[in-house]
Design a protein around this ligand. Structure first.
Ligand code: PLP
Length: 373
């Protein structure tokens, strides 16, 4: 018999790509736009990226300072592949998106994991950053809003980190801004380069259409940074994939240049869903959700429950055990925190309907109430 599993583990919006964006792709196919594009992307898309950066972030970039990749992931990978050599260190605040340390290790680099505490909202402090910078530090990777924690750095917090970075001119920053449009504080996203323009020459901005425009399957991401870095990334991309999918690039032009009004509507929906999860899980003993301001994830800690017994009598040693037992006993699918560098946590995605979220949280509460010493 099929089991009623509620999957709250999605890493993508549950909305469909808006019709006008799909239409732009269909029109591109019908015009015969089915050949290779330049490796770094269609000129029209790179110009749309330049306009986006100016309009939304107040940043001026030239077309040759931008690059289009097959998803934000390829842009991140190319940035690391182009720069990291064996022995180089890359500072990765934890909890982190799973791919950062793996990509650094692939290049023979050393991921330097910098644990941000729940008490600090899972954001690193300037003192913490200062304490791990060495002569071998190549990058720090900042992801705001964060997958998995939903943490969002404010302008003031970025300014404080920038002050540290200014003291260490050899350190580059990669800012992963894929969730930029999903912030629920009412404030726009703060941007490191806008906050401290002198860091522009050693910052790679990474963004894309995947999360904001519900376009994960179209595989379009982009980067903006100094031309010499972009050129090195272009060389790598030319040997690995060539330009990103031509049809998707035309869709992305429409995403960036076209109607943006649905973004605010989606943001409201996500905010309501987040509130449902936070309110519901207040009833769950031993679960600490914090106060995530962005993305579409809640990343609770179940540290207080570790060492206790699940309803089937087994001992919960890690967040992974919590997730496994919850799936087995209550049929709720979540992601354990180990892969994000936080083994006592788990990730709930609220890219799901309100009804699914209410039912999922009801089951999580019931499970937690049945945990015993
Ligand atoms: N950065 C973060 C923080 C993500 O969560 C993801 C996707 O899950 C990516 C980058 C990659 O995005 P894309 O699907 O555009 O490659």
């Amino acid at each position: 018999m099929g089991r009623n599993v509620l999957a709250l583990n999605a890493g993508q919006p549950d909305f469909d790509t808006p019709a006008h964006i799909k239409q732009a792709a269909i029109a591109a196919i019908q015009r015969g736009e089915t050949k290779y594009t330049p490796v770094a992307g269609l000129r029209q898309l790179r110009e749309a990226i330049v306009r986006k950066l100016e309009r939304e972030n107040g940043l001026k970039y030239a077309v040759q300072e931008t690059i289009v990749g097959t998803g934000g992931k390829q842009v991140i990978a190319n940035g690391i592949l182009a720069t990291v050599e064996p022995g180089d260190e890359v500072i990765i605040p934890a909890p982190y998106w799973v791919s950062y340390p793996e990509l650094v290790s692939m290049c023979g680099g050393t991921p330097v994991i910098l644990s941000a505490s729940a008490a600090d909202g899972y954001k690193v402090t300037p003192q913490q950053l200062e304490s791990v910078i060495t002569e071998r530090t190549k990058w720090i990777i900042l992801n705001s809003p964060s997958n998995p924690t939903g943490a969002v750095y404010t302008e003031q917090e970025l300014r404080a980190l920038a002050a540290v970075l200014l003291r260490h001119p050899h350190v580059w920053t990669m800012t992963d801004e894929l969730y930029e449009h999903l912030i629920y504080t009412g404030e726009p996203a703060a941007n490191l380069v806008a906050v401290e323009p002198s860091l522009r020459d050693r910052t790679l901005i990474v963004n894309g259409v995947s999360k904001a425009y519900a376009m994960t399957g179209w595989r379009i991401g982009y980067g903006a940074g100094p031309e010499h870095l972009i050129r090195a990334m272009d060389v790598i991309q030319s040997q690995v994939t060539t330009g990103a999918c031509t049809i998707s690039q035309w869709a992305a032009v429409e995403a960036l240049d076209g109607d943006q009004s649905f973004l605010g509507e989606w943001r409201e929906i996500f905010k309501q869903r987040r509130n449902i999860v936070l309110d519901s899980l207040r009833e769950a003993p031993g679960i600490d959700c914090g106060n995530p301001d962005g993305a579409f994830y809640v990343f609770p800690s179940c540290a207080q429950l570790l060492g206790l017994k699940a309803p089937d009598g087994s001992t919960l040693e890690t967040g992974q055990d919590f997730v496994r037992e919850l799936l087995e006993l209550e049929g709720v699918g979540l992601v354990g925190g180990a892969g994000f560098g936080a083994p006592a946590n788990f990730r709930i995605s609220y890219a799901a309907s309100e009804q699914q979220l209410l039912e999922g949280c009801r089951r999580i509460v019931r499970f937690c109430k049945a945990i015993t010493a």
